[in-house]
Write a protein that binds this ligand. Structure first.
Ligand code: PNS
Length: 169
C-alpha cells in the first residue's frame, strides 16, 4: 500500500525522558497528554551514574509503572547512554518534554538541537499545566525531607514511598 493510508498505519511512538527521582504530578501530566497524542509512549528513566538519587532506578521504574498503569499505551524502561540511541533502538522519532517556564527553555533548546543534530530525532514541547509550573522532583524531596506537605504534588504511591524512605534516613 502506498500514500497516506500506509503512512497512517505506522505506529506513532514518542519518548518522555527524565531522571524521575521521583515522578511528580507534573511529569505525569505530560506523560498522560503524550499518551493521547501518540500510539505508544516510552517513559525512559535515564541513568546518570554521577548523580546519586533518593530512589534506585528500579524503584523509580516501579513507581512510574504504578502511576501510569491506567494508560494502556505507556511503557517504562531505563537506559544507560544517549537518549538518541534509546530512540534509534526502538524506532522512536519524537521526544516529548514539558516546559515549565522560560527558564527551562535555554537548556531544553540546546538539548533538542543537539539531539536533532546527532540523529534527526525531533523534540516537541508541551507547556506544563500552570498548576505544576513550579514543580520539580528536587523541590518535592526538599519539602518532604523537612516534613512539608507534598500530597497534592505527587501520585499516592510516591507519597508513600517518600515517607517510607525519609523515615529510614
Ligand atoms: O529529569 P532530568 O534530569 O531533567 O532529565 C534530563 C535528561 C535525562 C532527559 C537528559 O539529561 C538526557 O537526555 N540524558 C541522557 C544522556 C544524553 O542523551 N545526553 C545528551 C543530551 S543532548
Amino acid at each position: 500500500m502506498t500514500g497516506p493510508e500506509s503512512e497512517g498505519s505506522q505506529v506513532r511512538r514518542a519518548v518522555c525522558p527524565g531522571s524521575f527521582d521521583p515522578i511528580t504530578n507534573g511529569h505525569l501530566d505530560i506523560i498522560a497528554r503524550a499518551s493521547r497524542l501518540y500510539d505508544e509512549v516510552y517513559v525512559a528513566v535515564m541513568i546518570n551514574q554521577s548523580k546519586k538519587g533518593l530512589f534506585t532506578i528500579e524503584e523509580r521504574i516501579d513507581l512510574i509503572r504504578q502511576a501510569t498503569a491506567e494508560y494502556g499505551n505507556v511503557r517504562v524502561e531505563s537506559f544507560h547512554g544517549l537518549l538518541v540511541d534509546f530512540c534509534k533502538q526502538r524506532d522512536i522519532p519524537a521526544i516529548v518534554k514539558g516546559l515549565r517556564a522560560v527558564s527551562d527553555f535555554d537548556y531544553e533548546l540546546q538539548m533538542a538541537q543537539m539531539n536533532n543534530g546527532l540523529s534527526g530525532v525531533e523534540t516537541l514541547f508541551i507547556p506544563t499545566n500552570p498548576t505544576y509550573s513550579f514543580l520539580s522532583s528536587s523541590l518535592v524531596k526538599e519539602v518532604a525531607t523537612w516534613g512539608g506537605d507534598v500530597s497534592h504534588l505527587v501520585p499516592r504511591m510516591v507519597l508513600e514511598a517518600l515517607s517510607e524512605r525519609l523515615r529510614q534516613d
